[in-house]
Every structure is written in structure tokens, then in C-alpha cells.
Write a protein that binds this ligand. Structure first.
Ligand SMILES: Nc1ncnc2c1ncn2[C@@H]1O[C@H](COP(=O)(O)OP(=O)(O)OP(=O)(O)O)[C@@H](O)[C@H]1O
Ligand SMILES: [Mg+2]
Length: 327
């Protein structure tokens, strides 16, 4: 069965020769990585962008949220990463038109360990997907909540990183570590690694804390923060148990609207890059260090660490386009 959505959200982007590969990463758990992989993936597909979502997390939450309950017989990313199974043979039709899935399951825990002794251990995913990047407009990689070899494989394979940050107390905890890691990776395994954007998730505009955290993040990361804000929305939490993206569960929910809006923003940013022949201004020019960002961020901060000038200066954020509260 195909789920199909009206083409009214479709956006013409022209022909992209190779997919834009976006890793969705934050080593902090429960910040909305999987929710973003599933719902941004579905929203991009609904906007007529051929999209592949790769579940790179042994928890397999993206796999189940896209309608594939646990099945020990199913081939997963494990077979490709460790046993060299061609990636086409593990790719599933995600039952949403234009959306494919490379599933995961608990075996991937073993992959994180088995990779350690393998040659080119950080580049296994990059090599595996090299032959299919011309089949898609976007490839989204959902990372586990760890800076482990699975995440490193994702960060080596991608063009950019989308960092979801939950609008709550301690929001910046770990962000400086992640940004420091990204900086190191630019010097080592992926020199062209860019930041796709920082995404504010689970925003609750009824709380002062959410507003304060969002204001802090925008003042430190500026235009690198997506204008779209993902509100806290119960439909987003319910949809995975029905095995479908939120837009097929409740198209009128704030959650569905916000991810459709995010997809538009991602597409527009891609069009701007193609137009200008540039990346987003996220490399090299930064003067605001990750440590400074962390150290300065009022009450939401806990652990300043060393910085490497990876956080960009920004022109100041604009207010979010979603997050108005009700379901
Ligand atoms: N905007 C939202 N509104 C309400 N609930 C949300 C929202 N985003 C995510 N959730 C819920 O919060 C929980 C954590 O979200 P999610 O699984 O996307 O985070 P994650 O970063 O992938 O977690 P992990 O680090 O364990 O992989 C899930 O139960 C999810 O349904
Ligand atoms: Mg997850």
C-alpha cells in the first residue's frame, strides 16, 4: 500500500545530480533525531524529493516508526556494513511514495564493535551508499545517541549534519562536544562536512524555559538555527506506534505542519546553495566558539568544554514558524 499526499506541498527543485546526504546527529538521547528522520523524510518525499532514510541506530526506532516491526529475518544495515551485502538488497520501500528505508535492528550493536577491527572502518557506510546517491534527492541518516563508530560512519558519509536540540533545561549539554567532534572530522575523515542546521525540537511556547532556551540558541548560533521550530506535539509522539509518519496520522496537527515547513526550508536552502554554488556559511568564518556558546548560555548550560571556533557568528535568529501550542 502506498500512502500518497496531495502535491500541494510539492516544490520544484530542479535536478540534483547527487543526493544531499544529511546525518541527523546529537549524542544526547531523546532530543528528536528519529522523529526528525522519519517526518522530515516523509515530508521531503511528499514534496516530490526522492528520499532515502538510513536507520543507523541499533534501537531501530526509525525502522518501526516507518511501519516495520521487529523481524529477525529482515536484512538490515548490519548485512551491508559488516557482510558487504549490496545496499540495494537491504533497501525497503517505506510505503510512502518516494521514500525508501534502510532498516536497522539490534544486530547493529554488534556492528559498532565489529567495525573496530575492520579496514576503513569509518568509511564503510560511505562506500556502501556511493553507488546509490544518484537515485535520490536526499539521504537522511538517523544516528544513535553516541559518538561511536556508527555515528562516525554517518558523519564520514554525509555532506552535512542536522543537529536537533530539545528546548529544555541543559539543552546545550553535549553540543559543544559534538561541534568539537565535527571540527575534528573536518580535519580528518570529512573535510567538506557542513552544518545543515540546528533544529529546535519539543518547543513549548507556554513555558518561559522553552523561550529562553530558544533565544539562547539563536543568539549563539544565529542563522545556523533553522527558522522552523518543531513544537511539542502529542501527535508526533503517537504516530510511531501506528507505524506511520505524522502527516499520514494527522495531517492537520502542528507536528505535521512543522515538519512540512522544515522540508521546505531544507529544499530552499539547497536551492540557494545551487544558485550561489556555495555551502551555508558555516565553515571557517566562525568567531563564536562552541565553548563560549556553552559557557554563555544562561541557565540551560552545564558543561563547558574546549572550543574550536566551529560555531558560526550569526545574524541573529528569526522567530520560529511553528510552535503555537495546541494540537
Ligand atoms: N516534537 C515532539 N513532540 C512530542 N513528542 C516528541 C517530539 N519529538 C519527539 N518526541 C517524542 O520524544 C521521544 C524521543 O524522541 P526521538 O525518539 O525522536 O528522539 P531521539 O533523539 O531519536 O532519541 P534516541 O537518542 O534514543 O535515539 C519519543 O517518544 C518521541 O515520540
Ligand atoms: Mg533515535
Amino acid at each position: 500500500m502506498f500512502l500518497k499526499i496531495s502535491a500541494k506541498f510539492a516544490a520544484h527543485t530542479g535536478d540534483l545530480a547527487l543526493a544531499r546526504i544529511i546525518a541527523i546527529a546529537n549524542q544526547k538521547g531523546g532530543v528528536g533525531k528519529t522523529t526528525t528522520a522519519v517526518n522530515l523524510g516523509a515530508s521531503l518525499a511528499a514534496s516530490e524529493q526522492r528520499t532515502l532514510v538510513i536507520d543507523c541506530d541499533p534501537q531501530g526506532n526509525t525502522t518501526s516508526a516507518l511501519g516495520f516491526p521487529k523481524d529477525p529475518a529482515r536484512r538490515t544495515l548490519y548485512q551491508t556494513l559488516i557482510l558487504d551485502e549490496p545496499i540495494e538488497r537491504v533497501t525497503l520501500d517505506a510505503q510512502v511514495e518516494g521514500l525508501d528505508l534502510i532498516p536497522s535492528d539490534r544486530n547493529l550493536v554488534g556492528a559498532a564493535v565489529e567495525l573496530v577491527g575492520m579496514e576503513n572502518r569509518e568509511y564503510r557506510l560511505k562506500a556502501a551508499i556511493a553507488g546509490i546517491t544518484d537515485k535520490y534527492n536526499y539521504i537522511l541518516i538517523d544516528c544513535p545517541p553516541a559518538l561511536d563508530l556508527l555515528t562516525l560512519n554517518a558523519l564520514a558519509a554525509c555532506d552535512s549534519v542536522l543537529v536537533p536540540i530539545q528546548c529544555e533545561y541543559l539543552a546545550l549539554e553535549g553540543v559543544s562536544e559534538l561541534l568539537d567532534t565535527l571540527m575534528r572530522l573536518r580535519r580528518t575523515i570529512n573535510p567538506s562536512l557542513a552544518i545543515e542546521g540546528i533544529l529546535l525540537t519539543m518547543y513549548d511556547d507556554r513555558t518561559t524555559l522553552s523561550k529562553q532556551v530558544a533565544a539562547d540558541l539563536r543568539s549563539f548560533f544565529g542563522t545556523q538555527v533553522f527558522e522552523t521550530v518543531i513544537p511539542r506535539n502529542v501527535r508526533l509522539a503517537e504516530a510511531p506506534s501506528h507505524g506511520m509518519p505524522v502527516m499520514f496520522y494527522d495531517i492537520h496537527s502542528k507536528g505535521a505542519e512543522s515538519y512540512i515547513q522544515l522540508a521546505k526550508e531544507v529544499i530552499v536552502n539547497a536551492q540557494k546553495r545551487v544558485g550561489k554554488g556555495t555551502e551555508r556559511a558555516d565553515q571557517g568564518s566562525g568567531t563564536q566558539s562552541a565553548a563560549a556558546a556553552t559557557a554563555g548560555a544562561s541557565s540551560s548550560v552545564s558543561t563547558p568544554t574546549t572550543g574550536n571556533n566551529v560555531a558560526p557568528t550569526g545574524g541573529g535568529g528569526t522567530s520560529g514558524s511553528a510552535g503555537s501550542g495546541s494540537e
